[in-house]
Design a protein around this ligand. Structure first.
Ligand SMILES: NC(=O)c1ccc[n+]([C@@H]2O[C@H](COP(=O)([O-])OP(=O)(O)OC[C@H]3O[C@@H](n4cnc5c(N)ncnc54)[C@H](OP(=O)(O)O)[C@@H]3O)[C@@H](O)[C@H]2O)c1
Length: 336
């Protein structure tokens, strides 16, 4: 451990591996708050400063959990990254759509600060581009939060090239967060080139293919009843047929790691770190032993032959059902 990476050119610098907290409260099976809090603390003890959450994860409960972990001096060790933009019904959790209106940005930030129990958010990210609101207006409101001292750095998630460029003209964008792993490589070329050109850091989410790349899941019964991956409807890559094929591919990753004593998760994370120098993966785990394992992947250097072999992996199935794949772009600014 001990490699730092710069995210953007505004001063944000973090350990090369972050921690995703989404699965600690929802979607990936049974949860255990006490172990999740221990996991956040272990990450911080190991220098993994970037802690990623979002207001929509478990309708605010995830931010509250992160807030409980960051009491006292723990806060000083963390770079808190949260997101706004996906609205959910507070009672039922039903998704109500994306919102990037300026007044909503301000109120969402206040609500996140309260749930997290902190006086400023280190990295504030727009979760999804609102196709109804010009991104200049959304980022304009985010920039005001910086001026007010409520937010330090700005980020986007799943934004397309034109929106990244437009947003960056309003206020420097420090990070783009988008799915990237050995099983999901759509950001290669255009998106990553744009980040490189504009000096924007890249947070690779679902870097372990939502767990598939770890080799832990071989049959559908490996998921418990609370796990949305079990039926495959939420994620086509987990659908029967695709799932078995994809699980088999992990054998190749395993064959690289086994002689060295590296896990498939570690090899997958080391592959990401080798792609570009401004990438920080944010693997999600709710267990202390796995956060340690993931952190230690920073020290793994893969050979050119190993990287070439990993490039041959050919997974089946899309990352989301077609209607949910994020492709929205923001409308043009109205003419003055
Ligand atoms: N911006 C967005 O739209 C967006 C979307 C999705 C996710 N994210 C962010 O990205 C983070 C990571 O993504 P993700 O959690 O969906 O997927 P992921 O990191 O690819 O995979 C998480 C899964 O891998 C397991 N795991 C983690 N480390 C492991 C290890 N060393 N060995 C074996 N299993 C391991 C976890 O299980 P255990 O918990 O049981 O260890 C969990 O089931 C999220 O927490 C969230 O912060 C952002």
């Amino acid at each position: 451990m001990g490699e730092k990476r710069k995210l953007g050119r505004q001063g944000l610098e973090v350990e090369a591996m972050g921690l995703g907290c989404m699965g600690m409260t929802e979607w990936y099976g049974a949860t255990n708050d006490a172990e999740s809090i221990r996991t956040i603390h272990r990450a911080l003890e190991m220098g993994m400063s970037l802690i990623d959450t979002a207001d929509m994860y478990a309708v605010g409960a995830n931010e509250k959990l992160v807030g409980r972990a960051l009491t006292g001096s723990w806060r000083d060790l963390a770079i808190v990254a949260t997101k706004f933009g996906h609205r959910r019904d507070p009672d039922t959790g039903t998704f109500l759509g994306v919102c990037g209106r300026p007044e909503y940005v301000k109120s969402a930030c206040e609500a996140s600060l309260k749930r997290l129990g902190i006086d400023h958010i280190d990295l504030y990210q727009q979760h999804r581009v609102d196709p109804q609101v010009p991104i200049e207006e959304t980022v304009g409101a985010m920039a005001e939060l910086v001026t007010e001292g409520k937010v330090s750095y700005l980020g986007l998630s799943e934004a397309q090239v034109s929106d990244i460029e437009r947003a960056h003209k309003v206020h420097p964008i420090s990070t783009l967060q988008t799915e990237y792993s050995l099983f999901e490589r759509h950001v290669e070329n255009d998106i990553l080139d744009t980040c490189e050109d504009l000096k924007i850091g890249f947070l690779a989410y679902a870097p372990l293919g939502r767990g598939l790349l770890t080799g832990r899941f071989q049959v559908a019964s490996d998921f418990d009843e609370f796990d949305t991956r079990g039926t495959g409807t939420a994620y086509p890559r987990f659908q029967p047929g695709n799932f078995e094929h994809n699980a088999q591919l992990v054998e190749i990753i395993h064959s690289i790691g086994e002689p060295e004593g590296w896990s498939s998760a570690q090899v997958s994370l080391a592959w990401l770190l080798a792609q570009r120098s401004f990438i920080v993966p944010i693997p999600g785990t709710k267990r202390t032993e796995r956060v340690e394992e993931n952190a230690n992947a920073i020290d793994i250097i893969l050979t050119a032959e190993e990287l070439d072999l990993l490039d041959t992996l050919d997974p089946r199935g899309a990352r989301y059902p077609e209607a949910s794949i994020p492709t929205s772009t923001s409308p043009p600014l109205p003419e003055a």
